[in-house]
Design a protein around this ligand. Structure first.
Ligand SMILES: [Zn+2]
Length: 260
């Protein structure tokens, strides 16, 4: 059994094919997926998708790439969603300096802090995006003692030193299809380094399809390729990676209920 710990099923490429995607998940032993909101105007839709299928869960938050000049996030806005039974996490949140170089980024920090506060209030784990912002992401999570509510660094792309630091403050590390890319040497080392009991796998679909589907529309079933690649790197069987990452998912996302 496998779990796709991060995907965006509300994006049109996926939303219009949900029946097929579910069937393909089943064929590939991918039994659950966490679908992740990115904007204030898709949170409701993401929750509704999770309501439609017992094997889908929802995460609510606003992606740091969504600057949204007409929207200011408040604690109250996010707190509205935390009691829903299918909402199992807060995010996608975090910091992204790649698209925002040389700008005032205090709005990103304030928004990330609100997500952190709400996650701690709700006792729900954080789904954290970091791009070119490892140091500030780490400091903010550390200052918040994030291990209390839990967090995953999703689509991890940093080196072993950063992996160690995030592990040390209680975070899980989630690897996407990027790890299957030939040139991702640093990430291959990370995939061997992270203890199995702190590892998650994800697709981040519709983006970042793993080899052998690289460049195509990604989907939750393809998380199997990523898990297989990691198993090969670590010289263990696929079921070992599958079982560990599945158990980790339900350990971290405590509100997510196993069906079997
Ligand atoms: Zn994402």
């Amino acid at each position: 059994m496998l779990v796709d710990s991060h995907c965006h099923l509300n994006f049109p490429e996926l939303k219009n094919n949900l029946v097929d995607l579910q069937q393909y998940m089943g064929l590939n032993d991918v039994n659950y997926a966490l679908t992740v909101a990115t904007r204030p105007d898709n949170i409701q839709e993401v929750i509704e998708l999770a309501e439609m299928y017992p094997n889908l869960f929802a995460s609510v938050g606003i992606h740091p790439d969504e600057k949204l000049s007409d929207f200011i996030l408040t604690h109250e806005f996010l707190l509205n969603f935390i009691n829903h039974t299918k909402v199992v996490a807060i995010g996608e949140t975090g910091l992204d300096y790649y698209w925002n170089k040389d700008q005032d980024l205090s709005w990103q920090h304030e928004r990330f802090q609100i997500h952190i506060d709400v996650a701690k209030t709700a006792n729900l784990p954080l789904v954290v995006h970091n791009r070119d912002a490892a140091n500030d992401t780490y400091q903010m999570l550390k200052n918040a003692a994030v291990e209390d509510c839990g967090a995953v660094i999703h689509c991890f792309t940093e080196n072993i030193d950063w992996a160690r630091k995030f592990l040390d403050i209680g975070c899980y590390i989630s690897l996407s299809g990027i790890v299957t890319f030939k040139s991702a040497h640093q990430l291959h080392e990370v995939a061997k380094y992270v203890p199995l009991e702190r590892l998650l796998v994800e697709t981040d679909s519709p983006y970042l399809a793993p080899v052998p589907h690289r460049g195509k529309t990604n989907q939750p079933a393809y998380v199997r390729h990523t898990a297989q690649f990691i198993a090969d790197l670590r010289q263990v069987d696929l079921p070992q990676v599958a079982n560990a990452t599945t158990n980790n998912f339900f350990e971290l996302f405590k509100r997510a209920k196993r069906l079997m």
